[in-house]
Structures are given as structure tokens and as C-alpha cells.
Design a protein around this ligand. Sequence first.
Ligand SMILES: O=P(O)(O)O[C@@H]1C[C@H](O)[C@@H](CO)O1
Ligand SMILES: Nc1nc2[nH]cnc2c(=O)[nH]1
Length: 315
Amino acid sequence: MHDEQPIDFAPTLEAITSFLPLNLQRPNLGIICGSGLSGLAEDFRQVVIVPYEMIPGFGHSSVPGHKSALAFGLLGPGEGVPVVAMLGRFHPYEGHSMSTVIFPVRVMAKLGIKDLIITNAAGSLNPNIPVGTRKSFLVVIQDHIALPNLTGMNPLLGPQISSDVPRFLPLSNAYSPSLRRLAFLAAHQLSLDRSALAEGTYAWVSGPTYETPAEGRLLRNAGADVVGMSTIPEVLAAREAGLKVMVLSLVTNFVVIPNEYRSLREEVEAELSGKPIEIPVVQTVSHEEVLLIGKEKATVMMKLVEKVVELLPVG
Ligand SMILES: O=P(O)(O)O[C@@H]1C[C@H](O)[C@@H](CO)O1
Ligand SMILES: Nc1nc2[nH]cnc2c(=O)[nH]1
């Protein structure tokens, strides 16, 4: 599961830079586009697309809604800030090893990024954080609960990639307060409704199954606001490399968390007594729904990210 050899980044960095003009070779900022969110790179200027298949060490993103390429370009006013975006990520549930999942973040760090904005599609566990079709749909992540990390599947298990990185990475301040502040400032400057942007805790699960109601309750009771199948490996790799991280979740669906199960015994007994009970329709989530909401709301996410870039301190 984890590479034992020291990682040789040189072939990857050489392959990538061979596609790029000089002014795009040292991006300041990385963006990871979650499910249905690759449109975040649409406003890049001087854009150069480098397909993952041309990059040694990169996998292929097999999930619908994830393209498989890096986009380089300039974003923001004036000359613009050089940025690199992952149009599609790798998830462990696709069969990628953890080292493949986090490799692109390590590469972006080697390319010189200082800040990383990670986006994802997530399910809401919190009744106060409604789905994207209503007012509030974006969540600035302030903390996480990573069940895989707590159960022996931490993405950083294995030999240290170099003696420069911490063996024991602290995560008490993993989500940059300065970047999170910028998200709220950006929302204000864009005149977004106050309820459009919430703050919350992301629960990472491996997927590919969505949660059972009992799992939803467990995560909610543990203090999570949203749940998803990505992001945390990238956060760990970014923090290991000393990057500042901001995570934005687009809430695409509710995780169904009934407090009570309907009693099938009562239903059967009512039926037998000739007074059938009305059976409620059980909601289910699908990736198509996730992509649909992503499509509808990607523009707002894009505008917010662009405004944050505009507000980033220079240098
Ligand atoms: O890559 P992200 O986290 O945006 O994608 C979410 C989680 C699963 O990959 C998928 C489930 O619908 O969407
Ligand atoms: N685990 C999980 N991931 C998601 N990604 C988008 N929605 C969901 C969800 O409800 N659960």
C-alpha cells in the first residue's frame, strides 16, 4: 500500500514543466476540483492543460465528473496569480494506493505552491446545513474526523518521504485560519447571503458506499457536519509539505438520519387488520444527484475561489 523507495520527483516535474511557458512554471496556488467542480478552472487565462496520462506517477481519475488533467493558468486581476488546478482527483475507493492519492499534492508543493484550496462534494449531516438547491450550500471546513486515520489507514503511514517532513504531524490547526477568514470576506464582498457559507467539520469515510442511517447518526453524534470520500489524504500531504490549506465543501445531498425506524411489525399488523399505514418514501442519494447540484452551484464556488485569490496577500 505504501512505497518503500524514496520518491523521485524529477521525472514528474520535468514532464510537467516541459508543457509550460516560464510564467506558469512556479504556481503560487493549487486548487483541487471535486466531483462536478472542474469548471473552477474555466476562468484561468493563458490556460495550459496537461493530461494526467502525460505525467509520470499520476493515476487516472475514473469517477464521472472528474476530468484527468492538470490545468495551469493565471487567475485574478492585473497580471494574475499563477495557479495549478487538479481537474479530478484520485480516491482510495477507485483502487488507487494512498501514495497515488496524495502524489499530486506533493508534486504541486514541489512546483512551489504555498496555498492549497481543496473542494469536494459532500453530504450534509447537519439539519442547519441544507443542500445546494436552497440558500446555504457551501461549507468552509474548520476541522475533520477521519475514521480511516483512527483505524490504521492513515495516508501518511509508511516511511517518511524525506527527513525534512515531520514524522508526527500536528493537526490541531490544519485548516488555515487566515484562508478561512478570506473565504468569509470574499463571500461578503460578493454579497452572498450570510447563510450561503457555513463553517463545519468534515468526516472522511472511504466509500464507495454512501452511509447507512446508523452510520450517519454515528458521524453526526461524533460532531461531523458533512461527510465525503476524499480530501483528508490531500490535507495531510499538504500539511506535511507546510502548505496552507482551505477546504470548501459543496453540499449536494442530505444523509438520511431518521431518529426512529418505521416498525415493519406495526405495518404488517395494520395491513392484516385492514387499516394499512401510509408508507413513507425513503430518500436515497446518487452520484447523479451529486453531479447535478455540483453543476448548478459550481459557478458560485468558482466566484468565491476567484475572490479569495484576489484577496490573497501578494508575495
Ligand atoms: O471527489 P469528491 O469528494 O468531490 O466526490 C464526492 C465523494 C465521492 O467521490 C462522490 C460520491 O458521490 O462525490
Ligand atoms: N460519504 C459520502 N460522500 C458524499 N459525497 C457527496 N455526497 C456524499 C454523501 O452523502 N456521503
